[in-house]
Design a protein around this ligand. Structure first.
Ligand code: ZN
Length: 95
């Protein structure tokens, strides 16, 4: 592990810390939603993604390969969601 990764690890939060932000975007609890990492194919619950919240936005990284899965930036008027690192996200429907 290189030095930059070590520094980032220190600033890392569990993705559950961003559960409120995801709830604001999707209107539902996203921590148990399944997503597949575009980079390594790891299928994992959103709550297990590594969350980095020290930048201007929130970056959620794969817990296996550490590639960026989702990036979220909030401005006063909009929320930008970049999910290009996810092949898909599966949401449980309300019944
Ligand atoms: Zn991955």
């Amino acid at each position: 592990m290189d030095e930059i990764t070590d520094i980032n690890r220190e600033l890392m939060l569990d993705a559950n810390a961003t559960a409120g932000l995801l709830y604001e975007i999707f209107g539902m609890d996203m921590t148990a939603a399944l997503g597949e990492c575009f980079s390594c194919g790891n299928q994992a619950e959103m709550g297990t993604l590594l969350a980095f919240t020290h930048g201007p936005g929130v970056v959620l990284r794969c817990s296996m390969c550490e590639h960026v899965v989702i990036r979220i930036v909030k401005t006063p008027d909009e929320i930008f969601l970049d999910a290009r690192g996810a092949v898909y996200v599966r949401l449980k429907r309300e019944k």
